[in-house]
Design a protein around this ligand. Sequence first.
Ligand SMILES: [Zn+2]
Length: 82
Amino acid sequence: MKSRRYKIKIYCKRCGYHLFTYLKEGGEPQALKKCYIDNIIGDFTKDHMHCPECNEEFSHGETIIHGRRAYKISRSKVYVRR
Ligand SMILES: [Zn+2]
């Protein structure tokens, strides 16, 4: 089954910096736990782990989920807008 994809923006909760623009595959936008790297369409970070503005660590780094490269996201460190 092909899931519907929609665009979301991911922001740093501490300072509001726009970190990623991302194509989410189904599910609720607030239930974000990971970002598949091939679905990131805008990357405004330097190292994919820290906010370049306030240096908050919003990701635990890279992992493999369902055979695809992804960044693990700390849900408490970000907020999401459609
Ligand atoms: Zn920040």
